[in-house]
Design a protein around this ligand. Structure first.
Ligand code: CU
Length: 188
């Protein structure tokens, strides 16, 4: 009897404490931590390109206690951007394609964006990205917070990944770019 009374007293005390804590946190003027608060971007760079598609890379560190989800990216350097991953295509070759659900930066960990792996895809470069210049990027997170960083443009011959056939008809654009090159003037 004494034991059960003590137990119920303890439970009552616990639930009161719980109520107080709940009331406290919901009225707390300081909002819950934003995903952007936990993200540190380093080693960021973007592959030089005059037009068309190119890719940006970085190490995304999460200093927080919960996973951070990158759901989008943007840059004044490109009219559209996608979050890409590398995958094995139907013919066994590596292709890149939009990563479903975006990137996850694990709690206390780092998600590396690198040539041959996940990357930020600039789908349509609007003005030439020349080596040594800087480009602004914004990462958008699942909770609608965002973080902006500056990446240096670098000359790089790697990361010539193919776009997964069917995702988008990018090859056509490339061919059109090639044929648009003016023919040499005869007799110069
Ligand atoms: Cu890509």
């Amino acid at each position: 009897m004494t034991l059960s009374r003590r137990t119920s007293t303890m439970l009552a005390a616990l639930s009161v404490t719980g109520l107080i804590l709940t009331g406290c946190s919901s009225n707390e003027p300081v909002a819950a931590a934003k995903e952007s608060d936990s993200v540190v971007v380093r080693e960021q760079w973007v592959k030089a390109a005059d037009s068309g598609m190119t890719a940006a890379f970085a190490e995304l560190q999460n200093t927080g206690d919960s996973d951070v989800h990158v759901v989008g990216a943007s840059s004044p350097a490109s009219s559209t951007m996608e979050l890409h991953e590398m995958a094995t295509g139907a013919d066994g070759a590596m292709v890149m394609r939009p990563k479903e659900g975006g990137f996850v930066i694990p709690a206390g960990g780092t998600h590396v964006l690198a040539a041959g792996g996940d990357h930020l895809m600039l789908m349509d470069v609007t003005s030439p990205l020349t080596p040594g210049a800087d480009a602004e990027f914004t990462l958008e997170f699942e909770d609608a917070s965002s973080t902006t960083f500056t990446a240096q443009v670098r000359d790089f011959s790697g990361a010539q990944e193919n776009y997964e056939p069917g995702s988008m008809d990018m090859d056509m654009d490339m061919d059109m770019d090639g044929s648009a090159t003016p023919a040499p003037t005869p007799g110069g």
